[in-house]
Design a protein around this ligand. Structure first.
Ligand code: PEP
Length: 258
């Protein structure tokens, strides 16, 4: 059976709990229940608990933006995947802002992917090259290293549920997404990494998203690229009209795919 198109809104460090609740309320009014589109929101950690009580579960699922890889212990300031397991379905792992601003290494990202899976949370693993790496022609090497290292501790059963989001870091927040032919090339390359490690079935089941400057006008073009199973949306997911338009665009594509 075809998996629904996955649309994830990453709210990053925006919106207090009241604002998050208002946005969910507005979104809930604008979007319909679509079996063919799965909508996930990743609010701040603080808003997860209240939103889990408020959301219409036919319309939304929740994701954490990050968590710590140890299950419990003396780790002041951290929250574990174990603590989140009853609250969220997904967690973003290895977002470029974590890799860049918080120095998350390949090893830390791998530990977090393992911890998410161990706790029954589906990781949305973010991978992608910086501007310097892009300009130096190192994109494939970066994708190879980030993908293979992050998933190498998983079994071929685990990998089927994993989501990988390809996010060219240089295109995030610019309003200018990567060109469709490059998205296709890089998405194909990521799927090939999964195929080489886990075989054809795993490669065909793993969901691959594109993220970076997704706005309503670009949805049709990006989701028409073969192999793109959904979108990771940053800035535009903070605006209920834009995010609802993106979800609607995904729904239109889902209809044509079925
Ligand atoms: C992101 O940072 O994950 C992202 C997709 O941001 P934006 O959509 O704002 O480019």
């Amino acid at each position: 059976m075809k998996k629904p198109i996955l649309v994830v809104g990453n709210w990053k460090m925006h919106l207090n709990t009241q604002e998050a609740s208002t946005l969910v309320h507005r979104l809930s009014q604008s979007i319909k229940v679509h079996r063919s589109v799965e909508v996930v929101i990743a609010p701040s950690l603080l808003s997860l608990q209240p939103l889990s009580l408020e959301i219409d579960r036919r319309k939304f699922r929740l994701a954490a933006q990050d968590a710590y890889f140890k299950d419990e212990g003396a780790f002041t300031g951290e929250v574990s995947f174990t603590m989140l397991r009853d609250l969220v379905h997904y967690s973003i792992v290895g977002h470029s802002s974590r890799r860049i601003s918080f120095n998350e290494t390949l090893e830390v990202v791998r530990e977090k992917v393992n911890a998410a899976v161990r706790n029954g949370i589906v990781p949305i693993l973010c991978v992608g090259e910086t501007k310097e790496e892009h300009d130096a022609g190192e994109t494939k090497q970066v994708l190879h290293d980030q993908v293979t290292s992050a998933i190498s501790g998983l079994t071929s059963e685990d990998i089927r549920d994993v989501v990988v989001a390809y996010e060219p870091v240089w295109a995030i927040g610019t309003g200018d997404p990567e060109k469709p032919e490059s998205i296709k090339r890089n998405i194909d390359y990521i799927r090939m990494q999964v195929r080489e490690l886990y075989g054809e079935t795993a490669a065909s089941e793993v969901r691959l998203l594109y993220g970076a400057s997704v706005e309503p006008d670009f949805v049709h073009g990006i989701l028409s690229i073969e192999g793109v199973d959904g979108l990771l949306v940053g800035g535009a997911s903070l605006n209920h009209k834009q995010f609802a338009a993106i979800i609607d665009g995904a729904y239109q594509i889902a209809i044509t795919r079925s």
